[in-house]
Design a protein around this ligand. Sequence first.
Ligand code: NAD
Length: 496
Amino acid sequence: MAQRTRIGHYIGGEHEAGGDRVGPVFNPATGEQSHDVALASADDVRRAVQVAQDAARAWRETPLAKRADAMFRLRHLLTQHQDELARIVTSEHGKVVSDAAGEVSRGLENVEFATGLLTHLKGDRSEQVARGVDVHQVRQPLGVVACITPFNFPVMVPLWMISTAIAAGNTVVLKPSERDPSAALRLAELFAEAGLPPGVLNVVNGDKEAVDELLDNPTVQAISFVGSTPVAKSVYERAASNGKRVQALGGAKNHMVVMPDADLDAAADAAVSAAYGSAGERCMAVSVLVAVGDIGDDLVDRIRDRVSRLTVGDGTDPASEMGPLITADARERVTSYVAGAADEGATVVVDGREQQFDGDGFFIGVSLVDQVKPGMKVYDDEIFGPVLSVVRVPSYDEAVALVNASDFANGVAIFTRDGKTARAFEFDIEVGMVGVNVPIPVPIGAYSFGGWKQSLFGDTHIYGPESFDFYTRRKVVTTRWPDPSESQINLGFPTH
Ligand code: NAD
């Protein structure tokens, strides 16, 4: 058995071992516990927040061009260390290395967007709003912001938040998932190497105790959270009641609608890729395929055929297309949904529980469940595993009604060859991110990312232009330079 190492915190530019309370980190491909991760106490978090607060003034005073320089260097460093970061992710998350490298690439887009901070932080000015009076608006950083991230994208989701938060002049306390915490610590080292002063980016590892302190600490001005819906909702409510700015992105159940005129081979390829990539542990994974009209049997056959050729195995093996789940508990959870689906009246076409794997890794094969309907747990719940449900509906209108009735509204896709249908779908569908013949419509870094309904609490989407709004406060200044001889007393309300 490999020697377990300890993963601590990174505060004020220094690594710290942390206190007595620890949690396990596993290599999901072997099932072996590889590390103990320190779980921060409220005191640890208070100290990290204070360090961030102490660094805030100097970072805010750092010229924009120097901040942009750091972002350019960071971009270069992340590119140089892409494979290393991907391997760290795979060792604790389990996803295949090529997929982990893809997550680093998508995170890079956020750094690239942040390099343009001189443009994004520009203000406005109106001259002569009254005689001799001008008005201008500036964007100022908030101070200390906290970023709380999930296990499924240990590089990309932190970069969604911290790149812009820091570019905008804030200092950060990042609390990554305790299930795969190493990537965040490596990111913090690379930020430091890029020229970030100590205290600007701090990482505390931990669980609910650390999160609660961040939500309650009066020095923390804003919370960016990404995770499951119940936690996102409670984080939003608690932080908002403490007067903080909050964006809390939650879970998902993403539908892919396939119209009868779609190219069924292309739709089957897309469905398999988007449902089973990263073992379905993506917030934009397709988990429900909506077959419109009489294409259901044909589409299910084509998917079954493709699924039979998938290679599931250790993420470090280049032959693997899908790795294990994050924990044994996650595998139990997925197993129970597949087991329950037949009892609920669905048809299990491919049963991932039947695939056998050597060793103790948290592997499960992929599942395809047909004849699924709302009201079944396999449909209603976010499973977050390699399970694709197929719902059959007779018409476009019923497909739209099905999607719009879902509590989750993160991503959705339509596959069609008809532009009029695609345009109608874009107009009708009540979901934050829409793909037309694109199964995973994660916006590029120049747009912002966010779902609707139970998939996002708060009103600002994450990264891109909206993130510069989220991480800055606007201040409006009205200016007049009168001649002292014009000065007079006037108790009336100022008008123009
Ligand atoms: P999670 O909600 O269990 O954990 C997210 C973060 O919250 C972690 O840092 C965790 O330590 C912390 N946390 C967990 N329980 C808490 C509690 N009771 N109180 C306070 N903090 C708590 O989520 P996860 O399992 O790590 O990630 C998977 C979930 O994240 C899925 O639901 C997925 O859809 C969602 N997700 C959403 C998006 C999006 O953009 N909408 C992106 C990625 C992941």
